[in-house]
Design a protein around this ligand. Sequence first.
Ligand SMILES: [Zn+2]
Length: 86
Amino acid sequence: MPFDIIRDLIKDGGQIWAHCGPPCWHSRNLDLHALGERLGYDFEVSHYSLTPKLRCSKCGSKQVGIRHIPAAGHRAPGIVDGKLIW
Ligand SMILES: [Zn+2]
């Protein structure tokens, strides 16, 4: 599941959450600016490119998954300047 480059994720205001597997289930919102500094802002974020670089800060496991949460309002219809957009 391809996402985007880090620069675009920051621009769009979306978030990447990393979550550990059982029995830990620790999850955390990744700091995209810190990731950009470390991996480069043109780093293409995908499950396969990013998860090998992550490690759970709670239990040390490398069985970490990621989820992309788009910025609120990007998908749902909304009212902007009196107009309905979607
Ligand atoms: Zn963990």
